[in-house]
Design a protein around this ligand. Structure first.
Ligand SMILES: C[S@@+](CC[C@H](N)C(=O)[O-])C[C@H]1O[C@@H](n2cnc3c(N)ncnc32)[C@H](O)[C@@H]1O
Length: 180
C-alpha cells in the first residue's frame, strides 16, 4: 500500500527535527510543514517556487488547523537564493525536491540550503526502489527513475558542508549533514 503520510513521518523521524526552527524547501502542498507544526512542535518557514502550490498549501494548513504563527508559506526559488541571513534556521529540510531541479543546478541548491542552516541540512530523495514504485504504482506514466539524484554524488559533492550521514530507507535515501 502507498502511504505518503508514513513516508513523511519516517523522513521527519530520521531528520530529528522536533521543536526546531525549520526551513522547508519545495514545500509543495505543505504536508511536511503542517505535520512539523502540528505534531513535532516546529516553527516552519515554507518556500516553493510555484505560487499555485502555495495557494493549496495555505488552504491545507487552514483546513488542518495549523496555528498561523507556526507556519509561513512564501514564494522563493532555492536555485536563485533566498533572502535570509546565513544560518537563520536550525534545520533546513527538502523532501523530494532536488530531483525537480536540473542536474547542473542541484549543487547550487544544496549549497544555499547549507548557507541557511545552523545545525543540519536534511534532504530526502527517492532511491531506485522508490522511483520505480512511483513510476509504476503511485504516479504511473511519470519518469522519476530518469531524475534520480545519485547517492554517491550526494555523499561526495558536499563534504565541505559537514559530516554526512546517509540513511537508506525503503523508498527514500535521507542525507543529513551536521554543518561545520
Ligand atoms: C515533488 S514536490 C515535493 C513537495 C513536498 N516537499 C512534499 O514532500 O510533498 C517538489 C516541489 O519542489 C518545488 N520546487 C522545485 N524546484 C524548486 C526550486 N528551485 N525552489 C523552490 N521550490 C522548488 C516544486 O514546485 C514542488 O512543489
Amino acid at each position: 500500500m502507498y502511504d505518503p503520510l508514513a513516508l513523511r513521518k519516517r523522513f521527519i523521524q530520521l531528520a530529528k527535527i522536533e521543536g526546531k526552527r525549520v526551513l522547508d524547501v519545495g514545500t509543495g502542498r505543505g504536508y511536511n510543514a503542517i505535520l512539523l507544526a502540528n505534531e513535532y512542535k516546529c516553527k516552519v518557514t515554507s518556500i516553493d517556487n510555484r505560487e499555485r502550490k502555495l495557494v493549496d498549501a495555505r488552504a491545507e494548513a487552514q483546513r488542518m488547523g495549523v496555528t498561523p504563527e507556526l507556519v509561513t508559506f512564501s514564494q522563493g526559488d532555492i536555485l536563485v537564493g533566498l533572502n535570509f541571513p546565513d544560518h537563520f534556521f536550525d534545520v533546513v529540510v527538502a523532501l523530494n525536491m532536488l530531483h525537480h531541479v536540473q542536474v547542473e543546478g542541484r549543487e547550487r541548491c544544496v549549497m544555499e540550503m547549507a548557507r541557511l542552516a545552523k545545525e543540519r541540512v536534511v534532504i530526502g530523495e527517492l532511491n531506485q526502489e522508490g522511483a520505480s514504485f512511483f513510476d509504476t504504482v503511485a504516479h504511473p506514466g511519470e519518469n522519476h527513475l530518469k531524475l534520480l539524484v545519485p547517492r554517491d554524488w550526494m555523499r561526495e559533492t558536499f563534504v565541505c558542508i559537514g559530516k554526512c550521514t546517509v540513511i537508506e530507507d525503503e523508498r527514500i535515501n535521507v542525507y543529513s549533514w551536521d554543518v561545520f
